[in-house]
Design a protein around this ligand. Structure first.
Ligand code: AMP
Length: 612
């Protein structure tokens, strides 16, 4: 294994690395640093998050910067403000012993004039988010005519976040002669297109296998019903008292709901999403880094900037829309040589969505059972015993009370005393989990009726389409038509019902508005007829066969609305307190009610159009 000095780095950099505790270069650093120092070829690098990418591209650039020249020589683009700030900070630390080397970080949401002033004072390295960088270029505050290096960090994320036009603009504003370094954890088509269009015969390096998940992460899944998603998170947290992780949600609303419930239930949690002001986000991140928050409920985008290396868990409250995002999510744990667990909560019908992810990460998901009350109580009990054993005694502070306390406990044996002290805290857990039901969804064929047809499902929305058998529509042709609209990756198609002149189909409820919009925007034709799609009401009783149909007779294994104690929100707080308030703990349902509000707006709009 090489050392940093064998990679050809100069003394000023080596001493800074030593101060930062960097002893051995990581794999990506071993490959990228000598390549960029010795060659001006473009570089495509496949690297997971947390593998040391920042040093891999920054160190060889710092090494070669001409400090006597005040022009911008390197521009580094990164998807989020947090990541840009981190990169800027890292570069300042790497270059602290190089006199005259200046770095400026530019990002949105803060004064453009301040950043322009800093640029005006001269900087050889600029780190920026795409939007603000383009803004500064357009205002002639940032001049990239002379740059020698352009780094695209987390290129896949930048494209996912809709920065394609900004990237194109920056690439156009830079000279042909520059060396482009493209770093990405995944290489979807869009990233390949950037490489094809803007890079010349790039050298390729990779740390780990392309598009695969980290070997340090165990990928696990739990099967739950929609209504038990939140209860499952609580149990996972309770069986892992030292959990330190991120719970990923797809939307801000979902984030807010999950975190509000966790906080109300006495967990050490908070949320991080785009609706927060920058100051609020900074505050939450700071608390999380200091471990004042154990569980951070975050959207994919908001979590990008978090540089925390010792997360024990990542929990996917719901699967991401894009499979690539799973690689990013799971890559938040198992960093810097640590082990981690990435958990996915799926409903019975979502299990199939794990297969394409498995192919992408080239790892198998392990099925896990949501722990029952007894297992959780056992873990909590021994955690408590451990805590008591490790508690330091502040003799000075309690000595004045001891005599009186000993008197009060006179007559109790050692065993009785231990039992009483342990019970003070533990009874709350025991009581909370007494009679807690099994929340694993073990139903094999929940979604199919006894002839193998899909049953109605609360997670699906039923759509009307104005073509039918008379138009030669068949289920496969309808599925083809739906897929052609590119609604989103892997959208799940449910029950299809072809009638003479019109038909119905079901799609994942989460993509209701996307479905309507896709059909409106694409305006597809089928056998010469223009296609019209609208959301339609499901029949009462859940089934498609009308009242008294199979849907009405579906047995309710959970006994209707009954909820065991373990699913109420009166979970004991960490401080041993009881929660008095009891609320519905069904995050999924609350979210879906929000979504149906939205869908009813979409529906009205669509009916309106039809009448037009
Ligand atoms: P990055 O992938 O650049 O975000 O780096 C992930 C984390 O690993 C950061 O906290 C770095 O400071 C740390 N790191 C990167 N390279 C090394 C190294 N060679 N030795 C020790 N820590 C490192």
């Amino acid at each position: 294994m090489s050392t940093f000095s064998e990679l050809g780095l100069k003394e000023e950099i080596l001493s800074a690395l030593t101060d930062m505790g960097y002893e051995t270069p990581s794999e990506i650093q071993q490959k990228a640093i000598p390549q960029v120092i010795t060659s001006t070829d473009d570089l495509k690098a496949f690297a997971q998050t947390g593998t040391g990418k920042t040093a891999a591209f920054s160190l060889p650039i710092i090494q070669q910067i001409d400090v006597d020249n005040q022009n911008v020589q390197a521009i580094i683009l990164s998807p989020t403000r947090e990541l840009a700030v981190q990169i800027g900070d890292q570069i300042q630390k790497f270059s602290k012993n190089i006199r005259g080397l200046k770095t400026v970080t530019v990002y949105g949401g803060t004064s453009l004039e301040d950043q322009a002033r800093k640029l005006n004072r001269g900087a050889q390295i600029v780190v920026g988010t795409p939007g603000r960088t383009v803004d500064l270029i357009n205002r002639r505050k940032l001049k990239l005519e002379n740059i020698q290096w352009l780094v695209l960090d987390e290129a896949d994320e930048m494209l996912n976040m809709g920065f394609k036009d900004d990237l194109d603009a920056v690439l156009e504003a830079t000279p042909e002669t520059k060396q482009t370094l493209l770093f990405s954890a995944t290489f979807p088509r869009e990233v390949e297109a950037i490489a094809r269009n803007y890079m010349h015969n790039p050298a390729e390096i990779s740390a780990g296998t392309k598009n695969t998940g980290s070997d340090n992460v165990s990928n696990e899944y739990y099967v739950v019903t929609e209504r038990n998603r939140y209860a499952a998170i609580k149990r996972i947290a309770d069986i892992n008292p030292d959990i330190y992780g991120i719970i990923f949600c797809r939307t801000r609303r979902e984030c807010q709901e999950v975190s509000e419930k966790l906080i109300a239930d006495g967990y050490n949690a908070d949320s991080l999403h785009g609706d927060l002001s920058q100051a609020q986000r900074d505050n939450v991140m700071q608390k999380f880094r200091k471990k004042n928050i154990q569980m951070l409920v975050a959207t994919d985008v908001a979590a990008r900037g978090l540089d925390v290396n010792n997360l024990t868990h990542v929990i996917n409250h719901k699967l991401p829309d894009q499979n690539e995002a799973y690689t990013h999510r799971s890559g938040r744990t198992g960093r810097a040589g640590n082990k981690g667990v990435s958990i996915v909560l799926v409903t019975n019908r979502e299990v199939g969505k794990l297969r394409p992810i498995e192919r992408k990460i080239q790892k198998k998901f392990i099925k896990r059972e949501i722990p029952n009350g007894e297992e959780i109580c056992k873990v909590q009990l021994f955690k408590l015993v451990e805590k008591v054993k490790n508690t330091d005694i502040n003799t000075e502070a309690i000595s004045g009370y001891l005599e009186n306390i000993y008197e009060q406990f006179e007559g109790l044996s050692r065993e009785e005393l231990i039992q009483k002290f342990i019970s003070v805290e533990f009874n709350a857990f025991l009581e909370y989990y007494a009679n807690a039901k099994d929340i694993n969804d073990t139903r094999e064929s929940r979604d199919r009726d006894d002839r193998g047809r899909r049953r109605d499902d609360e997670n699906m929305t039923r759509f009307f389409i104005n073509i039918g058998r008379k138009d030669s529509l068949t289920p496969p042709r309808l599925m083809g038509l739906i897929n052609d609209q590119n609604i989103t990756n892997n959208v799940e198609i449910g029950q299809i019902e072809i009638l003479d002149t019109f038909s119905f189909f079901e799609l994942d409820k989460n993509f209701e508005s996307e479905t309507i919009e896709a059909f409106l925007n694409n305006a597809p034709e089928f056998e010469g007829r223009s296609v019209n799609v609208e959301i339609t009401k499901k029949r009462r009783g859940g089934g498609d066969r009308g009242r008294g149909g199979r849907g009405d007779r579906r047995p309710r294994r959970d006994g209707g609305n009954f909820r065991g104690r373990g699913d109420r929100n009166d979970r004991p707080r960490r401080d041993g307190d009881f929660k008095g308030r009891r609320r519905d703990d069904n995050g999924g349902n609350r979210e879906s009610s929000g979504r149906s509000d939205r869908s009813s707006r979409v529906q009205n709009k669509s009916w309106g159009r039809r009448r037009d």
